[in-house]
Design a protein. Structure first.
Length: 387
């Protein structure tokens, strides 16, 4: 594993051009090799609007209208002073994107607080999620199950067996009749575990979750529950809980499996015409739906992440994920992309220090994306270096 310091503690906000949505044709080697030392920062400075006053934004828009140069409206504000990150009181925060093949399992740890977003599919415990959860010394304070697909809740029963789980939040949806022809075994195991442990899940609501850690904010931005399932249940993806974590001045957006519909809804609700969007703009994006090609470009542009993590398996051919379309779109926005799709242990983790530095740990082995899909056959793969 490679440790890299990836963030300067002081950031000067300067002008930069807005993102482009044009995709380029991939080559077999998608990116140059990652440098092994030095800060992981590349390309033009990122756009941040946190220090821009409304007057400056209006001036930029008026100037663009008068001159006909729309690029001016996409320029960042120029701040006259350095912006120091917020200091966090409980030490470093660690986020581990666990390699559970095609699925999500994300462990968040700071101080004595441990939270898990999703659990991966059944059968990904030994040497995978179970290994990572050995670092949890006390109870698991929070388990979030973003939506009822087995690659997100499939090991929830094992989590409840291994650890005392104090709080569970779901999007309120279940599986089984009448939604499905019959009860799904993995979901029944989850229900049985809830009954055995005497835990009643809460239904996620828009707003900030109570946090025992000073400086840690975990906010629910979308709860789903609005999309009627198609015959194959695919709109379950658009019903996922979407959460924003803020710590030490850094923002991390966990986008579950949202696709075009939910991505566009998030932009409409939170952003209006702003790009990047202060409400969705994040330093790190957990790429939705394992890097699927079904993403909303406007959502990616609103987030404009500096870093992105794709949770996917090595050469998994069930759904031909991840796909080069999402990878290319993120790279064109200037993001450094990591993935659990490396051969062997693909865990990716980042530690956010109290002064806002982000230190990455990721596999030596390269990751991959599928080039395309022809019928049931996955075409590729295309290899890329982490970051």
């Amino acid at each position: 594993m490679i440790n890299r310091n990836s963030m300067l503690s002081l950031v000067l906000l300067v002008g930069c051009s807005g993102p482009t949505s044009q995709l380029v044709q991939p080559a077999p080697e998608l990116t140059p090799p990652v440098e092994k030392a030095g800060p992981a920062r590349s390309g033009a400075p990122r756009c941040h609007l946190s220090c821009c006053t409304p007057e400056i934004l209006v001036l930029q828009e008026n100037t663009a209208a008068e001159t006909g140069d729309r690029s001016i409206a996409n320029e960042c504000c120029i701040c006259e002073e350095l912006v120091e990150p917020m200091q966090a009181d409980d030490g470093p925060l660690k986020i581990t994107f666990v390699d559970v093949d095609e699925g999500d399992a994300i462990l968040i740890q700071v101080g004595q607080f441990d939270a898990l977003i999703d659990t991966g599919s059944d059968g990904k415990w030994d040497g995978q999620l179970g290994r990572v959860l050995e670092s949890v010394s006390g109870p698991l304070e929070l388990l979030v199950l973003t939506h009822p697909y087995a690659d997100h809740y499939g090991q929830a029963d094992e989590v409840m067996t291994a650890l005392e789980v104090e709080r569970i939040i779901t999007n309120g949806e279940s599986r089984g009749p009448p939604r499905d022809d019959k009860q799904i075994a993995a979901f029944q195991d989850f229900l049985d575990a809830l009954a055995s442990e005497g835990v009643t899940p809460e239904v996620g609501a828009i707003g900030t979750l109570p946090s025992p850690i000073a400086g840690l904010k975990l906010e629910v931005l979308a709860t789903g529950g609005r999309e009627a399932d198609t015959s194959d249940g695919s709109n379950t993806n658009n019903d996922g809980l979407v959460l924003m974590l803020t710590y030490a001045g850094k923002k991390v957006l966990f986008a579950a499996d949202v696709e075009e519909v939910a991505g566009a809804q998030l932009v409409t609700k939170h952003c209006g015409e702003a790009t990047p969007c202060p409400a969705l703009n994040a330093d790190l994006l957990k790429v939705p739906h394992h890097g699927s090609k079904h993403f909303d470009q406007g959502f990616f542009e609103a987030v404009s992440p500096r870093f992105a993590v794709i949770s996917a398996g090595f050469h998994t051919e069930q759904h031909c994920l991840p796909r080069q379309e999402s990878y290319q779109a993120l790279k064109l926005l200037g993001a450094k992309v990591f993935s659990t799709s490396a051969e062997g242990n693909g865990d990716v983790s980042v530690v956010i220090s109290p002064d806002g530095n982000m230190n990455w740990d990721f596999p030596d082995n390269p990751a991959f994306v599928w080039e395309s899909q022809q019928g049931r056959r996955c075409v590729g793969p295309l290899v890329f270096d982490q970051g």
